[in-house]
Design a protein around this ligand. Structure first.
Ligand code: XIL
Length: 370
């Protein structure tokens, strides 16, 4: 009797342990997110669905809420994939973050032009901006709790990036976007999102930007650090300095697009995530086309563990950590900054199986509790 009871307890514990995903392990710390790609939205596969169910409690569309996809031509919106995301989120009882309303990339030219292809006036572009923000935020009011309102508005030196938004509207285009967003859904959280926010000059630029928005009485709920990292950079201490700088503004900090490339970064590409900067393919840039050597697998696990130890230490400031992909096979890093490589940036391998990096991340809270 005693033996079978302990056996039963053992079996129950084992099944509870395997039913636990990262979302449960980190439930007292922050949300754990992933992205849904077009393929998964239009042809959902059972394996990805199961991963969503078990591991994550917040989803973002990888591309399908970007202007180019959801409003490709002036003829009208195409909500099909974004609607499918809301369905998937319901299936896994996940919350949804909207990505992204205003960006210099993946926005069609027609947005900035009149019928003859000439740039529109500030007034016309502001009105298009307002209408787009209001259309998306109203449609998904009940489903999306937070939005990346403006994405990647800063240069590496912390100054404002040149873009068609800025050229036509002026420097206040960011403030205008946040104002329109706050009007469209007063309950939604509103974020500024960017890459390389660990770099000191860019970090300072983001602090200046968000401080000035807040000083104007504009609602900004949080700053998203994209976190397209590499094995040896950035330093954990740099990431920490940014988390602290952003938290001290009184806004939420989010790690919004986490992946860790194990591949060499081509010299001619700027380190970061500017999606238009693609370098030429070369064999030496694709060293693990067949498989990942054990020592690199171990280094990746260690790197993930170091980062999650930091995130966990700062869990009072961090509200969400989202991976930019579910498993290695579908990661954008296989095609950026060089097309056609084999990268290993996530926690699940190409068969959807957890990697050593997964175990490293999963054990952080219990190790730190000791
Ligand atoms: C990427 C997608 O993952 C790719 O599929 C697409 O081809 C380009 O955009 N910063 C962002 C994300 O904010 O939207 C980008 O996503 C990666 C960099």
């Amino acid at each position: 009797m005693v033996k079978s009871l302990s056996l039963l307890v053992g079996v129950l514990c084992a099944s509870m342990a395997s039913a636990q995903g990262l979302k449960d392990i980190y439930q007292d710390a922050f949300l754990i997110g992933s992205i849904a790609s077009h393929q998964q939205l239009t042809h959902p596969d059972a394996q990805t669905r199961a991963l969503f169910q078990r591991e994550f409690n917040v989803l973002t569309a990888e591309n399908d809420m970007k202007w180019q996809r959801i409003y490709p031509s002036p003829e009208g919106y195409n909500f099909a994939a974004a609607d499918a995301l809301m369905q998937q989120a319901e299936d896994c009882q996940c919350q949804v973050v909207g990505h992204t309303l205003i960006w210099h990339q993946q926005t069609p030219d027609w947005v900035f032009e009149d019928e003859s292809g000439k740039p529109v006036s500030r007034e016309v572009l502001l009105s298009r901006m307002q209408s787009h923000i209001s259309t998306l935020m109203t449609r998904y009011k009940n489903d999306v709790y937070g939005w990346d309102v403006v994405n990647e508005a800063l240069n590496e030196d912390g100054t404002l990036r040149d873009s068609r938004w800025r050229d036509i509207i002026g420097d206040d285009y960011i403030a205008q976007a946040f104002r329109f967003a706050a009007e469209a859904d007063p309950d939604a959280e509103l974020y500024y999102n960017d890459y390389n926010l660990n770099a000191p000059a860019k970090r300072d630029g983001a602090v200046r930007l968000v401080k000035s928005l807040l000083a104007q009485g504009i609602k900004v709920s949080g700053i998203g650090m994209q976190a397209h990292y590499m094995l040896h950079s950035p330093k954990v201490s740099q990431v920490e300095a940014s988390i602290q700088a952003f938290a001290s503004l009184g806004v939420e900090v989010m790690i919004t697009e986490l992946d860790i490339s194990v591949l060499p970064f081509p010299k001619q590409a700027a380190i970061g995530a500017e999606i238009s900067e693609i370098a030429a393919y070369a064999e030496e840039l694709n060293p693990y086309a067949k498989q990942l050597p054990q020592e690199v697998q171990t280094a990746l696990a260690q790197r993930y563990q170091d980062l999650f130890t930091l995130f966990y230490q700062h869990r009072k400031s961090i509200s969400r950590v989202t991976f930019w992909g579910t498993h290695d096979g579908t990661s954008w890093k296989n095609n950026w900054p060089v097309r056609g490589r084999t990268d290993y940036p996530l926690l699940f391998d190409r068969d959807g199986k957890p990697k050593p990096a997964y175990d490293a991340v999963a054990t952080v809270p219990s190790v730190m509790a000791q």
